[in-house]
Design a protein around this ligand. Structure first.
Ligand SMILES: Nc1ncnc2c1ncn2[C@@H]1O[C@H](COP(=O)(O)OP(=O)(O)OP(=O)(O)O)[C@@H](O)[C@H]1O
Ligand SMILES: [Mg+2]
Length: 360
């Protein structure tokens, strides 16, 4: 312990995953996954179906054993410890409350299993129900509550024995969009209030972007990138991350004699950090792709508007270059006057710093 720190200052809930591997038969589910999570951090595992998110979480929880690799909780090796001795709170997508128990009884259950004294159970259940704003519903049964309320009970039940880490596997998957948004804010607030480490599995990029301190993007069992949401979005490490997180325009480019050439050989002016003669892919988000009337901007990629879709706060403008590359621009509907129309000749351009270069 560092000088000047008392034991109360030392935060718990640090997780280290060291080169985890897991196969089912001949198929690799998790492949060399390494990740260090700080005490109190909110980390999302984000990836498409089958990318190994649940398997990774189950290995942390102890319901699956890795074939190789190591899991540390606060520097202690827990790789082969049975789940109940890890003291981690786990919340699944199908929250499976006990139907014959009230909310308070459901939440008390883990404490009763631990044979905690009755008075202590009551105090703790009271406290945790207050934290998830369910005190008023304490004596209801699961079937008398909405899906969102039931999910909050599941969260309370996982928190009640005060584990240093909460593991959440798509906890909002079964709920409608509005409720998901509402509950994700609640979970985020709860995270700030209780300061526990949370590892949150989702395939919903908006959820991961909105909630996480850091996102680990998974694909085919591997972590492709782990960064703060802004960096995942602005500086994706590869084509998979660029396309999976957010909408993106992928523009094939080449650097020849110091000039960045677009797909039709256009001079795109800014070198975007490319050095030698090379081929690459430029990744430009739709909100960064600017469309101007052809005459206004002689540099950039020439083409025509082929479609426009009004989506409320913005309009999605589909643009096809002279060479057949389809690009997308997202224009906020702050004023209608600047929008060109379908069929108009335009030039697409962007600020170099808003594009990332992927050399694959
Ligand atoms: N018990 C199992 N037996 C055999 N294969 C399994 C088992 N569990 C998972 N797998 C396989 O391992 C891979 C990773 O599965 P996993 O459940 O971790 O994916 P996931 O990222 O959680 O996907 P989803 O978003 O669909 O929940 C998949 O190819 C899956 O079919
Ligand atoms: Mg899963």
């Amino acid at each position: 312990m560092k000088a000047g720190l008392t034991s109360a200052d030392v935060k718990t809930g640090g997780i280290v995953l060291n080169s985890l591997h897991k196969r089912y038969g001949r198929a690799t589910a998790v492949d060399s996954v390494s990740l260090t999570i700080s005490p109190g951090e909110f980390v999302s595992l984000l990836g498409p179906s089958g990318s190994g998110k649940t398997t990774t979480l189950m290995m942390i929880a102890g319901f699956e054993l890795p074939d190789s690799g190591q899991i540390l909780l606060d520097d202690k090796d827990i790789t082969r410890l049975p789940p109940h001795r890890r003291e981690l709170g786990v919340i699944f997508q199908n929250y499976a409350l006990f139907p014959h128990m009230t909310v308070a009884e459901n939440v008390a259950y883990p404490l009763r299993m631990r044979r905690m004294p009755k008075a202590e159970i009551e105090t703790r259940v009271h406290r945790v129900l207050d934290q998830v704003h369910l005190t008023a519903l304490a004596s209801r049964y699961p079937h008398q509550m909405s899906g969102g309320q039931q999910q909050r009970v599941a969260i309370a039940r996982a928190m009640v024995f005060e584990p240093p880490v909460l593991l959440l596997d798509e906890p909002l998957g079964a709920l409608d969009r509005k409720l998901r948004q509402h509950l994700r804010n609640e979970i985020r607030t709860l995270h700030k209030e209780v300061g526990k480490t949370m590892i949150y599995v989702t395939h919903d990029q908006d959820e991961a972007l909105a909630m996480s301190d850091r996102i680990a993007v998974m694909h085919e069992g591997r972590i492709r990138q782990v960064c703060a949401p802004q960096d995942i979005y602005r500086r994706p490490a590869d084509l998979f991350v660029a396309s999976f997180v957010g909408e993106v325009n992928l523009i094939p480019v080449k650097l020849r004699s110091g000039v960045l050439q677009g797909p039709g050989g256009e001079d795109l002016a800014a070198a975007h950090g490319l050095e030698a003669d090379m081929d690459a892919t430029l990744c430009v988000r739709p909100e960064h792709l600017r469309l101007d009337k052809a005459v206004a901007n002689p540099r950039g990629v020439q083409g025509r508007i082929v479609d426009m879709t009004f989506i409320g706060d913005a309009t999605i403008v589909e643009f096809r270059t002279e060479y057949g590359l389809q690009l997308m621009s997202k224009v906020l509907n702050v004023s209608a006057e600047t929008l060109p129309g379908i069929g108009d000749a335009c030039v697409a351009s962007w600020v170099a710093n808003d594009a990332s270069v992927l050399k694959e």
